[in-house]
Design a protein around this ligand. Structure first.
Ligand code: ZN
Length: 125
């Protein structure tokens, strides 16, 4: 799971809270006060990752996450720009719109493409 990407998509694209605790003893998110379940665990890379619970975090590598992200993204005003950038970057030509869209009906491919689209942009609208 790509935590940095998922956090970005949750906050900047969906406009939702990426819940975080202040410490091991907190029961709720310090940003939105949502009561969180689960526990803290540490990895060598990150000592403050909150245990992922599907009802509190969206995993955009899953079909469930795709089902949340796709309908939001295709209604954004930057969707046409996203498609132009993708078709240029992938050097795709001669494909129908349906064939082109089919490339993105894949949870990790779509989530990463949206994330990388914003990495090359100045701001999120
Ligand atoms: Zn929160």
């Amino acid at each position: 799971m790509n935590e940095e990407r998922n956090k970005f998509l949750t906050e900047k694209v969906l406009g939702k809270c990426w819940h975080e605790k202040k410490d091991d003893y907190s029961a709720s998110c310090f940003k939105c006060n949502k009561l969180l379940h689960g526990f803290w665990y540490a990895t060598p890379q990150n000592t403050s990752i909150f245990n992922i619970s599907s009802d509190e975090f969206i995993d955009f590598d899953s079909w469930q996450g795709f089902g949340v992200l796709w309908p939001v993204v295709i209604k954004k005003e930057w969707w046409p720009e996203f498609m132009v950038v993708q078709s240029t970057a992938r050097e795709i030509c001669g494909l129908s719109v349906i064939q082109f869209l089919t490339i993105f009906i894949n949870p990790p491919v779509f989530a990463t493409a949206v994330y990388e689209f914003f990495l090359h942009r100045k701001e999120v609208t």
